[in-house]
Ligand binder design. Sequence first.
Ligand SMILES: Cc1cc2nc3c(=O)[nH]c(=O)nc-3n(C[C@H](O)[C@H](O)[C@H](O)COP(=O)(O)OP(=O)(O)OC[C@H]3O[C@@H](n4cnc5c(N)ncnc54)[C@H](O)[C@@H]3O)c2cc1C
Length: 230
Amino acid sequence: MELSIARQFKNKVQNVINHRLLKQGKVLDIRYWPNSPLIEIDLHLPGAAMHQWSEVPAIKFNVGEWYFRDYTPFGWDAETSTCSLLIDAAHNGPGSCWAKSLTIGQTVQYLKTESTHQTPHGTHLVVALGDNTSLAHLLALRQMTLPAIRFTCAVLTDSAATGQLLKSYFPWSPALHLNEDALVNWLLTEQYCTDHTSFYLTGNKALVVRLRKVLKSLGHFNIKIKGFWG
Ligand SMILES: Cc1cc2nc3c(=O)[nH]c(=O)nc-3n(C[C@H](O)[C@H](O)[C@H](O)COP(=O)(O)OP(=O)(O)OC[C@H]3O[C@@H](n4cnc5c(N)ncnc54)[C@H](O)[C@@H]3O)c2cc1C
């Protein structure tokens, strides 16, 4: 059966994207967090200029024939061109399904690496707020905040089980909240210095907008936001 003109055009564009624009990498390891929607994925990305990553980056992966999704490397080693992702895969979506389908040794394709333009402030207290999808972003931000004592963090997460794993797998103690109101109430009780605190909000778009409103109502103005989904 002959292919429709639209289908032929789509195939041609797909071929150009695949052969000229996409870079390749390999899955080195995968860790499914027990009783949690999070999947940790180690990658070898020989084409990524990791030594140039001075702001928290995001990598645009090809997660399906016509789908691209951004994921954040939370740790990377420029010498070996390796990095790790942390993906929330609880819902149904091309990105989530891609993460669940990956196997060790599999080739992954990505379009580009972009900066989120989030660099921790040089002297302020860095307060990072997010959800399960921005855990990698928060970890990367923490890693870039030196000394780490200037960093504090609160996370909206899905369950106490994920919270426990977060605390045991990584050397940090984020304030964990199981619902949005609890996170907002926590924020309302914290008394951060307006002039010397910088806030970094990431994750679900509605959450980010709500948190920014709360912070503005408290008089804060050093606020960087990046909505991830929703
Ligand atoms: C700069 C940047 C960095 C990002 N880094 C990460 C990262 O490190 N880890 C990560 O997990 N994600 C990250 N994301 C989000 C990611 O790119 C996808 O948006 C997300 O994985 C959803 O894609 P999807 O194809 O699975 O679902 P979609 O097709 O986008 O959505 C399908 C449905 O599921 C809902 N949905 C989407 N995500 C969730 C969720 N987490 N929980 C519940 N419902 C959801 C949507 O609202 C929609 O109804 C990042 C996004 C950006 C912009």
